[in-house]
Design a protein around this ligand. Structure first.
Ligand code: 13P
Length: 257
């Protein structure tokens, strides 16, 4: 059985003081039975991570956290960048790699993302590798082959022990921040295709154990139907993760399934 993961990507929102307040509220809005059933993770901006670490450690919260991006380089003259080993030192469990906003705004290529995946894996964290198509591709009906290509290109040359550690997130660009959610069937179609491709890239076992998340306008009103899909193992939540009560309601989806 794959354990569900509900991940909150805060993007460029909440300073370190706000991060402490939101994380505390989230922790108090959830009960032990929620943490027993679901992995809950938050992805604050870099400048919040140390504060979140101190709070999670100090209060022994059952919330894990990670970074939204990472440099592919180990160290050196890369002004403004943050290395995987720095994130590991802050006890990050996960790092998001290849979010569509990084691909679109910063022009991140499949080759670069492959290097970032390797950097995260070399520092013994779990990448959350994001893939997803833009609206034109969806409308042309090419979305499945497009996403499968992104998957293959991103994972090029990675070995099975590393493939096992990667979490996948299908985030159709047209559903991000638009209030336009993919239907549960849309999410299932692509998540199933990702799982099928993982048999070829990795193995049957890797495919069966891989956690595949859906992201794009997830909220408490639609999480249950999304989580009912056979190949969807969790959600990568943007806007709704900034409201701790709403994010907690999303994490409680398991109470009704
Ligand atoms: P929204 O939930 O705001 O649509 O964002 C989704 C997302 O990009 C999560 O990474």
């Amino acid at each position: 059985m794959r354990r569900p993961l509900i991940a909150g990507n805060w993007k460029m929102n909440l300073n370190h003081l706000e991060a402490i307040a939101v994380t505390q509220k989230l922790a108090y809005s959830l009960e032990e039975r929620d943490f027993d059933a679901v992995d809950v993770a938050i992805f604050p901006p870099f400048t919040d991570l140390r504060s979140v670490q101190t709070l999670v450690d100090g209060d022994r919260l059952r919330i894990s956290y990670g970074a939204q991006d990472v440099s592919p380089e180990k160290s050196g003259a890369f002004t403004g960048d943050i290395s995987a080993s720095m994130l590991k030192k802050l006890d990050c469990t996960y790092v998001i790699v290849g979010h569509s906003e990084r691909r679109a705004i910063h022009g991140e290529s499949d080759e670069l993302l492959n290097r970032k995946l390797r950097a995260v894996l070399n520092s013994e964290m779990h990448p959350i590798f994001c893939i997803g198509e833009a609206l034109e591709i969806r409308e042309s009906g090419q979305h499945v082959s497009y996403v499968v290509d992104q998957l293959r290109n991103g994972l090029k040359g990675l070995h099975k022990p590393d493939l096992k550690k990667i979490i996948f997130a299908y985030e159709p660009v047209w559903a991000i921040g638009t209030g336009k959610t993919a239907t549960p069937e849309d999410a299932q179609e692509v998540c199933a295709a990702i799982r099928k491709e993982l048999i070829k890239i990795g193995s049957e076992e890797i495919s069966q154990n891989a956690r595949i998340l859906y992201g794009g306008s997830v909220k408490s009103a639609n999480i249950v139907e999304i989580m009912k899909q056979a190949d969807v193992d969790g959600a990568l939540v943007g806007g709704a993760s900034l409201e701790p009560e709403e994010f907690a309601r999303i994490c409680k989806f398991h109470r009704v399934i």
